[in-house]
Design a protein around this ligand. Structure first.
Ligand code: DGJ
Length: 542
C-alpha cells in the first residue's frame, strides 16, 4: 500500500470515528424528531436548549428596539445573514398586537415567522409589555395612560414613577391575557418551531424607587413573608422587615415582580409550552450596590434565589452584559450559570471588544449568546455600544459564528456532556490555564509570536479567545482567534507529543480533513491568528 493510500485509509477511518462519536449523542438521547417542542434539558447540573430533539447553541443577534415592524425587517435580515446568526431575537410589543383592548392583530408576527423561515433562522420573541426597562412604554395607550386601572409605582416621597406597580390584578390580568393570546397564536402557526423561546417582559424592575410605596403596597409590606419563600431561603417567619432587614424593600419588590411575571408566563405556557426566560439589567457583580441606582426588583444576582422560588414558570434568567470589563463579564457568567439556571446571554454590547467573550460564554456551557443592536436600521446605541454598525463591526462577531455554525449541534452536545472549555483574553493577564477533564490542562496565551517561546505580552487590544472540546480521552477539537493553546498532562508528563493535528472543517456535522499540521506550525503550540482555523488534535506520549 502506498504512503498516499495508507494516509487516505487512516484519514477515512479517523473521519469515520469522529463522525461516529459526534453522532453518539443524538442517537442515544432524546427524541430527535423534528416536531419535538423546544425545551431546556438538564443533566448533572448542566443544561441544553433542545431544538428538534437535540442540543442547540443559539448564535443570536438581537434587533434594535424599534425593528419590530415589517418595514424594518429587510435591514434586520441583512445583518442576521451577514452575521451567520442562527437565531434572531426581536420584540413583539403589546401595543402592536392589542392596540385596542380585546382586538388582536398578529399580522407582524405572521410576517416575521414567514421571513425567518425564508432566511433559515429561528426566532426568540421578546414580549415588551408591563416592563420594558422599568417602564410600560410598549404597552398599549389604553394601558399606559390609565393610572387608575393600571397604577404606577409611588415612591417613598409620594411621587409617581413611570413604572407599573406589580401589585394590581387589573394590570396582571390584562398583560397575561395578551401574552396567552400571543402564545396561542404561535402554537397555531408554528408547528415547525421557528420560534424557539420567548422572553417575558424586558429588564423588569423599577428605576429611582426601590419598590412601590402606594397604600396597597404598604399593606402587603406589613404582612408576613409568604411561607414558601421563608422555607426556601431557610429563614424564620416574620414580616418583610423582620425577615430581611435592610434588604426588605428590594426583596419585597423582587418577590412581587417575580410572582407577577410567573403568572404572565404560566398563562402563556398553558397555551403553548415553549421555554420562557427573563433578561436582567445587571447590578455590579462585585459590590453591594444601592438598589436605588439600578433596576430594583429585577432578577439581579443578589435576588436570584427569590426569583427562582417566585417564578417557576420561567425556565432561564439571562444577564444582559453591557460592561466589557473582563472581571465583570466573567463574574456575571459565573453568577448566572447554576445547576438551577442555564447560562444564556440574551443581550451583550456590540462594541468589538465584546466579540471575544463568545469563547468564555461557550466555555461556561451556555445555551446561547446574542449581541444587541447589530441590525442595519440606522440606529447605534452609542456610547453604550458601538458608534456605528457597519459590515466591519458585524464581521468581528461573524467570524466566531462562521467557525461554529457548521458544528453547532456537535459542540452543543459536547457542552451538555461537560466537555467544552473556553477562554477569553483578560485585560492585564496574558496567560490562562484551563483545567480540562482528567489530568489534562490547556494553557492559553495571548500576543505570542508564532515562532518561539517569548513571554506572552497580550494582544494590542484584548481580542483573543479559544475553545477546547474533548472528543475522546486524548483527543480534542480546538479553535480560536489571536491565541496560542498548549496542552499538558500531569500523568503523561514531559514525553507528551502531538500524535496528529488535523486542520479541517465540519460539513453538516461531518469532519472534513484538510491537512496535517506539524513542524513550525505546532512546535511552539497551536497558534491561532485572525484566520479561521479548526483543529482536531490527538495527543500521546512516547
Ligand atoms: C437593554 C435593553 O434590554 C434593550 O432593550 C436596550 O434598550 C438596551 N439596554 C440599550 O440599547
Amino acid at each position: 500500500m502506498s504512503l498516499r493510500s495508507t494516509f487516505q485509509t487512516s484519514r477515512i477511518v479517523s473521519v469515520a470515528s469522529v463522525v461516529l462519536m459526534l453522532c453518539i449523542y443524538s442517537l442515544t438521547q432524546a427524541d430527535p424528531s423534528p416536531s419535538a417542542i423546544p425545551s431546556i434539558a438538564h443533566k448533572d447540573g448542566r443544561h441544553a436548549l433542545m431544538i428538534d430533539g437535540a442540543p442547540f447553541f443559539m448564535l443570536g443577534m438581537q434587533a434594535n428596539n424599534s425593528s419590530n415592524y415589517p418595514a424594518a425587517l429587510p435591514k434586520v435580515w441583512q445583518a442576521v445573514d451577514q452575521l451567520h446568526a442562527n437565531t434572531l431575537e426581536i420584540p413583539v410589543a403589546w401595543e402592536q398586537i392589542e392596540p385596542k383592548e380585546g382586538q388582536f392583530d398578529f399580522s407582524y408576527v405572521d410576517e416575521l415567522v414567514k421571513q425567518a423561515r425564508q432566511h433559515h433562522a429561528r426566532l426568540v420573541l421578546l414580549w415588551f409589555a408591563t416592563w420594558k426597562n422599568n417602564n410600560p412604554n410598549y404597552s398599549p395607550e389604553w394601558v399606559k395612560f390609565d393610572n387608575n386601572r393600571f397604577p404606577r409605582v409611588i415612591t417613598a416621597k409620594g411621587e409617581t414613577r413611570n413604572s407599573l406597580s406589580p401589585h394590581f390584578d387589573s394590570t396582571l390580568k390584562a398583560d397575561a391575557k395578551a401574552f396567552a393570546k400571543l402564545m396561542h397564536h404561535l402554537k397555531e402557526i408554528d408547528a415547525q418551531h421557528t420560534v424557539i423561546m420567548v422572553q417575558v417582559e424586558n429588564e423588569t424592575g423599577t428605576y429611582a424607587s426601590v419598590r412601590d410605596y402606594s397604600p396597597t403596597a404598604q399593606k402587603l409590606f406589613g404582612e408576613n413573608v409568604p411561607d414558601t419563600l421563608v422555607k426556601a431561603l431557610h429563614k424564620q417567619s416574620g414580616n418583610w422587615k423582620e425577615v430581611f432587614g435592610k434588604d426588605a424593600d428590594e426583596y419585597f419588590h423582587a418577590w412581587h415582580i417575580a410572582k407577577y411575571v410567573d403568572q404572565v408566563a404560566a398563562a402563556g405556557k398553558t397555551e403553548y409550552a415553549l421555554p420562557l426566560y427573563v433578561n436582567v439589567a445587571l447590578r455590579d457583580p462585585f459590590k453591594d450596590q444601592d438598589p436605588f441606582t439600578y433596576s430594583s426588583g429585577g432578577p439581579t444576582w443578589n435576588v436570584l434565589d427569590i426569583w427562582k422560588v417566585g417564578a417557576p414558570a420561567i425556565d432561564v434568567i439571562g444577564p444582559d452584559i453591557y460592561d466589557s470589563g473582563y472581571s465583570y463579564c466573567i463574574k456575571t457568567l459565573e453568577q448566572y450559570s447554576r445547576p438551577d439556571n442555564a447560562l444564556f446571554v440574551p443581550e451583550m454590547g456590540n462594541r468589538d471588544e465584546y466579540a471575544r467573550y463568545f469563547f468564555a460564554v461557550l466555555g461556561h456551557g451556555a445555551i446561547g449568546i446574542s449581541p444587541f443592536g447589530l441590525d442595519y436600521t440606522g440606529y447605534a446605541n452609542f456610547p453604550l455600544g458601538a458608534a456605528k454598525v457597519d459590515s466591519e463591526l458585524i464581521e468581528k462577531f461573524a467570524r466566531n459564528y462562521k467557525l461554529v455554525e457548521p458544528m453547532m449541534r456537535e459542540l452543543a452536545a459536547l457542552a451538555f456532556d461537560g466537555k467544552v472549555w473556553g477562554a477569553s483574553e483578560p485585560t492585564d493577564i496574558h496567560k490562562q490555564t484551563l483545567a480540562l477533564a482528567g489530568k489534562w490542562q490547556a494553557v492559553v496565551s495571548y500576543g505570542v509570536p508564532p515562532f518561539g517561546n517569548d513571554p506572552a505580552p497580550g494582544n494590542s487590544t484584548p481580542s483573543g479567545g479559544a475553545v477546547i472540546a474533548q472528543l475522546a480521552d486524548n483527543e480534542f477539537l480546538v479553535f480560536g482567534f489571536r491565541a496560542r493553546v498548549q496542552f499538558s498532562n500531569e500523568q503523561l508528563g514531559s514525553r507528551l507529543l502531538y500524535s496528529r493535528v488535523e486542520e479541517g472543517h465540519f460539513d453538516h456535522g461531518r469532519w472534513i480533513f484538510e491537512r496535517v499540521l506539524n513542524g513550525d506550525q505546532v512546535d511552539w503550540g497551536l497558534n491561532f491568528t485572525d484566520l479561521p482555523q479548526l483543529l482536531r488534535v490527538k495527543m500521546a506520549s512516547y
